[in-house]
Every structure is written in structure tokens, then in C-alpha cells.
Write a protein that binds this ligand. Sequence first.
Ligand SMILES: *Cc1c(COP(=O)(O)O)cnc(C)c1O
Length: 264
Amino acid sequence: MSDDAEVTAPAYPTAETTEQFAENIRDVRQRIDAAARRAGRDPEDVRLLPVSKTVPEERLRLAIKAGATFLGENKVQEALRKSENLADIPDLRWAVIGHLQTNKAKFVARFASEFHALDRLKAAEALQRRLEIEDRTLDVYVQVNTSAEESKFGLDPDAVDGFVAQLPAFDRLNVVGFMTLAIFSSDEERVRSCFQTLRSLRDRVCDLAPGGLRPEKLSMGMSGDYEAAVEEGATTVRVGQAIFGSRSVPDSYYWPNPTDGTDA
Ligand SMILES: *Cc1c(COP(=O)(O)O)cnc(C)c1O
């Protein structure tokens, strides 16, 4: 962490009622809209994806009542459990936004509408095979490591063209865009530069259209940095704590060091 050690996460109050959820969602939405307008963008081009990891199903029901209809989860098993326990809610959809171990692809193929962390062919192959079995398709974002931090999953920016060019072979995957996690830093310029890297990479890939693909969407920005992300072109922001409240589980549980993984 070294020079980023001074970063302390702000405390977000825990939403406990439908009204509090509605308020938090409204507040985040207004900030998104304002950021979009500052950048000369149409606020309607930015989607708010509430990230519900660690939040139990009872509280999710309140958030859903307050208007959340699409939820993001980092871990497949946690998402699967919640999708089953909330299966009575019509039209609720799920995005898996965390690293995928290939042996969990079968679950993602079953319940998820989106996957935001595609960063290797092995995962694409596993998803394709399982989606064929389920006779489904999946919207996917290619994850890029824009911060050059070892603790982040995602492709090296230089590897993206070659990777994307191979994706048309997987006809069950709709390659819709790119995803990144910015550096965790109080230096806003360094955070912004991660978002700018993703945007210019997207522009370049869409110009080249490798394999005929034009993945135009940008999934970037979380509770601490989503306004900057919107100013830099995000089309989806993934916001957890600012809606649900601070998490007690450390982020390292959700973002393990990829070099420690057994299935990287
Ligand atoms: C948890 C998580 C988020 C949301 O982070 P918050 O700080 O709760 O807004 C966004 N993206 C990914 C990949 C996550 O795991």
C-alpha cells in the first residue's frame, strides 16, 4: 500500500428501511446525473448498478422495494444463494462482477445476466460451454488492469486487442464493453487516469473492431470514485457501500491477490 496508506474509507451509514434505501439510491443517482451533465453527457447513458455483496437477503428485499432491480455481486456462490432465495421477485437480475473460477461457470450460466470480469480464454470457454447447455447468452465486460497493481485482476492493457479478437468464437457471449477497478488512492488524478486508460482503450478497440467486435460500454466507478468515473465516460457505475452502508468484511476477501489464486 505504501503511499496510499493514508486513504481511509469514509463511513457509510447502514440503510435499514425501504425509505433509507430510496434516499441513498436517489442521492447517488443525483450525483451521477450532475457528474454526467458536468461532462456534457446525457445522464440516461449512465446506469447505476447496486452492489449487494455481504448484504443479507432480508435487507435486499428492502432495497428492491426501493427500486433496485439489477444487483451486482462479487462472488458466484453468494450471488447464486441470493438469486435462489429471492427467486420469488419477478424481473430481478444479477451481474457477477468478480473474478470467476472456471468450475463456477456453470452457476453463472444459470442465473446471471451479466459478467463484468472476463480476463482469460479459459473463463470464456467454460462460460460458452455452460451457456450452450442452459441455452442462454450472457453480456460480458472484459476486465482490464488499468492501475498496474498486482493485487488487481484483469488483462494488461497491451493484451486487450489480441484477447478481444478471439472472443467472436464464443457466440454465447455478447461482448458489450470493458470493466476496471481504479487504483485505491486519495490522489484523484491517479484515479482518473485509470478511467481515462479504459476509455481510450475502448475507443481504440472500437475503431479497430478486432474480430468485428465493438464493445462500447464502460463499467467503472464505485462508492469512492463514481463521480469521476462518470465524468470520464462510465456507462455503468458499480456502487455498494454508498447505497447499503459500510462493509465490515475487508475488501481483500473480495479482491484477493491474483497470484495467490489456484485458478488464475
Ligand atoms: C464491491 C465491489 C464494488 C463496489 O464497491 P463499493 O465500495 O461498495 O461501492 C465495485 N466493483 C467490484 C468489482 C466490487 O467487488
